[in-house]
Design a protein. Structure first.
Length: 560
């Protein structure tokens, strides 16, 4: 039997025969729904034959025939009613299973289930339902083809990348028609949260209202994206509002998957469990660090890719430095549990980091992936992978646990036609142009480029995308190239930083001469850069289209 499991209540399949029903019953299914009209093909068994065989095995059977490619709103409603009436789980079938999957998806939309969750469940079962995404976003009902808004350039995401690329576009072509889509009220300077967690910055230092950073002249559409229809050049918003574009720039960041660790959401912000990856939790990190005088502090890092790969250990070093200054470091067992196999991905910076690891007495636990947290019991459970690939589970008690959650592309990206097999926006590494859709570009954390996912990378990418979008519109005569630059200021102690800067392939790319800042060694000047210079560079430079040390390199001329 070739049936595909949608969820615990439903599986769908291609055409079945009466002989298949025994296996269906043995698999635990209690009802069968036929969504294929009789007589659609010469080799097709009729529904009555299926119904009689199903009843003989104690299965319920229903006939809801649907014409291929013409699933109606009423049929979807009827399918949803059957799902509530029939004993489950249910197996529904048609010629390929697509009609059954579509009926399920539209019935779920009528019950106000999230669009991305519906599309992902269908995709996991092998069915791409992006063609009905607009209907799903419209609550399972057929929408009109009315376009609610149309703009020359539409940007999805108003984080560092989105605001920066909008500002860079306006600097290059003042007055160009840009709409920026984002539902958030607040814009965060996320690189500052490490400093909040160490008591260096107050939380308010890292947040401003979205309205205050929106570039003048940009139309802000305060809404969430439900789906993309790149073949029609439209973005579908929640509520089924349709926005048409000539060029699309995608930069919504990534998703922190707190639910990916069992028990974590229930205990975040209490029981000694914290994370600098959330604005409201970074102050709790500092509270815990100040209060801890002895015991075990566990710091975790999930599998790559993640936002700012150095951030998990930045929190650890700054915490250890505080405990050293307080004279309690030798009373605290510091464990760094990293799902990966190395301390840092660019080997040139590892010697300096290892000096601090040894000086602080940190125990490195590689190939340890956090999978569960029991907050009240103060226990963290890891899957440990041995050199031969075998796995086992280990549980560590803790007094303080700093968690970095697993991370992935946003739901509405992963289920869209823009995504690669892993769920990231599929772009050319150099031009940041989509590999399939020539009028779509992407930057920031959502792409499948191999650079470090940092604000510094977005600062370099934004001018490249701005230039290349205008080149695609015939305004510029060359193509700009992104070299994979990323930067990670590794805060190894209060007052010193190892300033890691590198491009694709881990090639070092220092911004300053070695006599001024040697990035492979801890530097007090690099700390001053992080604490005093980079915040205003972010707020008053990057977000305003001032491309200090970020002018794009031209790779080639556009063909005439």
């Amino acid at each position: 039997m070739d049936f595909k499991v949608i969820n615990k209540e439903l599986a769908v399949s291609p055409q079945i025969t009466a002989a298949d029903l025994h296996a269906i019953a043995q698999a635990g299914y209690r009802s069968v729904v036929c969504n294929r009209p009789d007589g659609e093909a010469g080799d097709q068994p009729g529904y009555l034959e299926i119904e009689l065989a199903a009843h003989a095995l104690g299965l319920q059977a229903r006939y809801l025939p649907v014409t291929s490619g013409k699933v109606t709103d009423e049929e979807a409603l009827h399918f949803g009613e059957l799902m509530t009436q029939l004993p489950g789980p249910v197996l529904a079938y048609c010629r390929t299973g697509t009609r059954s999957a579509t009926l399920w998806a539209l019935s779920q939309a009528q019950r106000q289930q999230p669009v991305a969750r519906i599309l992902e469940s269908a995709r996991n079962a092998g069915y791409d339902l992006s063609g009905v995404a607009r209907r799903i976003a419209n609550g399972g009902r057929t929408p009109t083809d009315v376009v609610d808004a149309a703009h020359e350039i539409v940007i999805v995401g108003a984080g560092a990348a989105g605001i920066a690329v909008a500002a860079s576009l306006l600097v290059r072509k003042p007055g160009i028609d840009i709409a920026l889509i984002d539902p958030a009220d607040v814009h965060y300077y996320q690189p500052g949260w490490t400093m909040v967690g160490a008591g260096v910055f107050p939380p308010a230092h890292t947040a401003r209202t979205m309205a205050s950073v929106m570039p003048p002249g940009v139309k802000w559409l305060k809404a969430a994206v439900a789906a993309f229809e790149p073949e029609r050049n439209v973005v579908v918003l929640d509520g089924c509002r349709v926005v048409k574009y000539e060029q699309l720039i995608v930069c919504p960041g990534l998703k922190l998957d707190w639910d990916g660790i069992e028990g974590l959401p229930e205990t975040l912000g209490r029981n000694g469990v914290t994370s600098n990856y959330r604005y409201d939790l970074a102050p709790y990190t500092w509270e815990l660090v100040q209060a801890l005088r002895g015991g075990r502090a566990v710091f975790t890092q999930p599998p790559m890719p993640i936002k700012c790969a150095g951030a998990p250990q930045k929190a650890m070093y700054l915490s250890a430095d505080h405990w050293k200054r307080q004279g309690v470091l030798n009373q605290i067992d510091i464990q760094f549990c990293n799902a990966g196999g190395v301390l840092f991905g660019v080997a040139d910076y590892v010697p300096a980091l290892m000096e601090y690891v040894n000086a602080y007495g940190i125990h490195l636990q590689f190939n340890h992936q956090l999978v569960a947290v029991n907050g009240p019991a103060h226990e963290a459970t890891f899957v440990r992978t041995a050199a031969d690939g075998t796995k086992d589970q280990v549980t560590l008690p803790f007094d303080m646990l700093h968690v970095v959650p697993p991370q992935k592309a946003p739901d509405f990206i992963r289920v869209s036609p823009l995504a690669d097999a892993a769920g990231w926006v599929d772009v050319d590494l150099s031009s940041l142009r989509h590999k399939k859709y020539a009028n779509i570009f992407a930057l920031g954390d959502c792409t499948n480029t191999t650079n470090a996912k940092t604000a510094a990378a977005a600062r370099k990418q934004a001018p490249v995308v701005a230039h290349n979008v205008l080149a695609a519109r015939g305004v510029a005569t060359s193509v700009a190239s992104y070299d994979g630059y990323g930067s990670c200021p590794l805060t190894v102690e209060r007052g010193k930083i190892v300033l890691a800067e590198f491009t694709y392939g881990g090639k070092l790319a220092p911004s300053f001469p070695k006599w001024l800042i040697d990035g492979t060694r801890p530097s007090a000047l690099a700390w001053q850069l992080k604490e005093r210079i980079l915040p205003p560079v972010y707020w008053d430079g990057m977000l305003k289209g001032r491309e200090w040390l970020a002018h794009p390199t031209m790779a080639e001329r556009v063909a005439a």
